[in-house]
Design a protein around this ligand. Structure first.
Ligand code: G1P
Length: 313
């Protein structure tokens, strides 16, 4: 990456929240999906981890549905080798639809997988240099607009009758503008696995972000509030990423680039009113599967009986 320093211009540095009408809407979302998924081997040897299903929907589908619910129109997948199944998933499967049609099967299950041409765009991350680098790979498609980021490992499910995480963030964005990240509290012994915020003033579900640190050593975290995989960022972050040096784990970290935006532009954290499952871990994945199966009308009662039977043995 070029060795240039990201100087924000005077207008970019304007930290006063702009009136709602002058705020550009969030139309684009970046999904970094180039990771190897080694934690789920051998399941992920030949299929992307984002295609692992919670009940009957792959993880990537949950993230795209959440984006659509928030009004986002264009999905940018930052992919790598071996990830074509993700793109196939959002394409029209002609043979499948034809056969289902001939057999009179209900094709509504495929509705959420249909994308209008141009809605799904892929860029490749050719070398695994970290999350910050993955986001930077999407810079040409993001252009000069604020954009969202979804880490599909983090499954965010709205409460019954409530809205999804990104929709809550877009609503907060309409109020405060600038940059937003979703946060939640985790126990002390888990904090060092995540990006962590130094919180400032809090109001409702919004907390001002005064500092950010990626994977702080044990005992050195500024709080228990961790970044939980949803972001709304201003396009200037791409220029910061351009010059970003390696951080925690020897990777180019998005968190380090975001930390440089604090003080230059408004920066807030949104506490999601809903549930989060860490599907990057096996136990989190199983928990999500159980939780979502138990609340399904078509199978919840049966799954509950099965679980009770298993626990009794
Ligand atoms: C990434 C981010 C981290 C965030 C986490 C959420 O870390 O770098 O700030 O808290 O996702 O899951 P990773 O899980 O890729 O190590």
């Amino acid at each position: 990456m070029a060795e240039q320093h990201a100087q924000l211009t005077a207008s970019e540095q304007d930290s006063k929240p702009r009136p709602m009408s002058s705020r550009k809407p969030i139309r684009k979302a970046v999904f970094p999906v180039a990771g190897l998924g080694t934690r789920f081997l051998p399941a992920t040897k030949a299929i992307p981890k984002e295609m692992l299903a919670i009940v009957d929907r792959p993880l990537i589908q949950y993230a795209v549905d959440e984006a659509r619910e928030a009004g986002i129109e264009q999905m940018i997948f930052v992919t790598g080798r071996g990830k074509t199944a993700i793109v196939e998933h959002f394409d029209i499967a002609y043979e499948l639809e034809n056969t289902m049609g001939e057999r009179g099967k209900d094709m509504a299950v495929l509705d959420a997988t249909r994308a209008t041409p141009g809605d799904i765009i892929t860029v490749r991350q050719q070398v695994p240099l970290g999350l910050g680098h993955a986001i930077w790979c999407a810079r040409a498609i993001v252009g000069d607009e604020p954009f969202a980021i979804f880490l599909p490992d983090e499954l965010m499910i709205g409460n019954k009758g409530g809205t999804g995480c990104m929709k809550q963030m877009v609503e907060a964005y309409a109020e405060v503008g600038g940059n937003l990240i979703s946060v939640l509290e985790v126990p002390d012994d888990e904090v060092s696995s995540y990006g962590v915020i130094a919180p400032g003033e809090a109001r409702g579900n919004l907390t001002e972000v005064r500092g950010l640190v990626e994977k702080p050593p044990r005992g050195q975290a500024p709080s228990n509030k961790i970044i939980s995989g949803r972001y709304i960022l201003q396009p200037e972050v791409m220029r910061v990423l351009e010059a970003q040096e390696k951080g925690a784990g020897g990777e180019i970290q998005l968190t380090d680039a975001m930390a440089k935006m604090i003080g230059q532009q408004p920066f807030h954290a949104v506490t999601f009113d809903g549930r989060r499952f860490d599907c990057g871990s096996k136990t989190g994945f199983v928990e999500a599967t159980l939780a979502l199966a138990l609340e399904r009308e078509d199978m919840g009662a049966e799954v509950r009986r099965m679980a009770e039977r298993l626990l009794a043995n």
